[in-house]
Design a protein around this ligand. Structure first.
Ligand SMILES: C[S@@+](CC[C@H](N)C(=O)[O-])C[C@H]1O[C@@H](n2cnc3c(N)ncnc32)[C@H](O)[C@@H]1O
Length: 218
């Protein structure tokens, strides 16, 4: 496919930005956009998504001091959150496993995390989170920012060993394809995923919807 002048312009700008910010993350985004041009990649990196994940990163840092160890990200989509955590020098992370059941995510997530995949610190697993075993102590942190996609979230939640550190997000963005478990407020979200210890709970107003987040122990 011929690349339009407009596409070339955006890619040039991304390349320039990666030089200006000396950022391997921006370079990985550029390479990924070049190799896998699709609207959903833009969605995964849009303002609302990045704002929600930046919020998560800051609150997680506050709750943990940055010691994360072995991280599991469920419904990890194109691996944006994994990349944000791994590129952030304030965290100490042994490795990130990003799990998604959509095979279309695999190559893109690896590409977006190329820097850390090559270093053996990022891996993608193709799996349905309802079917995975979560042995106690396999992960130091389990993240699930796709709670709005889980119709029977209790069935997933009961698989998580008690005491596990969790970071969970949902939203009230009803009416979107795949959003089968939105909640109206943080109280409803807390009822869906009852934590034994809460380190953070909050709401973030975004354009079109509100994001809810809980950090704490199962
Ligand atoms: C649209 S995306 C991500 C939305 C979310 N707010 C975020 O950015 O984290 C939702 C992802 O969850 C994945 N997903 C949904 N149900 C899943 C399941 N049971 N197991 C694994 N992945 C799942 C989908 O394949 C998709 O990639």
């Amino acid at each position: 496919m011929e690349r339009s002048d407009r596409e070339s312009m955006y890619l040039d700008i991304l390349k320039g930005l990666s030089v200006y910010f000396d950022s391997p993350f921006v370079a990985d985004i550029r390479e990924t956009a070049l190799r896998y041009p699709r609207l959903t990649l833009g969605h995964a990196l849009n303002r609302n998504q990045m704002t929600s994940k930046r919020w998560l990163v800051e609150k997680l840092l506050g709750a943990t001091g940055g010691e994360l160890g072995r991280v599991c990200i469920l419904g990890g989509w194109y691996g944006v959150l994994g990349a944000m955590l791994l590129h952030d020098p304030r965290f100490r992370i042994e490795r990130v496993r990003s799990i998604d059941m959509d095979p279309g995510c695999e190559d893109i997530a690896r590409s977006l995390n190329r820097t850390h995949a090559e270093a053996g610190r990022f891996e993608f697993q193709l799996a349905d989170m309802y079917e995975i075993d979560f042995p106690k102590d396999a992960f130091d942190l389990i993240v699930n920012t796709s709670c709005e996609h889980l119709e029977t979230i209790d069935k997933w939640f009961e698989r998580i060993p008690s005491g596990t550190l969790l970071t969970l997000q949902s939203n009230n963005y009803f009416g979107i394809d795949g959003h089968v478990n939105c909640v109206d407020n943080i109280e409803q979200f807390k009822q869906q995923v009852p934590l034994s210890e809460t380190l953070f709970e909050g709401e973030l107003e975004l354009k079109n919807y509100t994001r809810f987040m809980l950090i704490g122990r199962r």
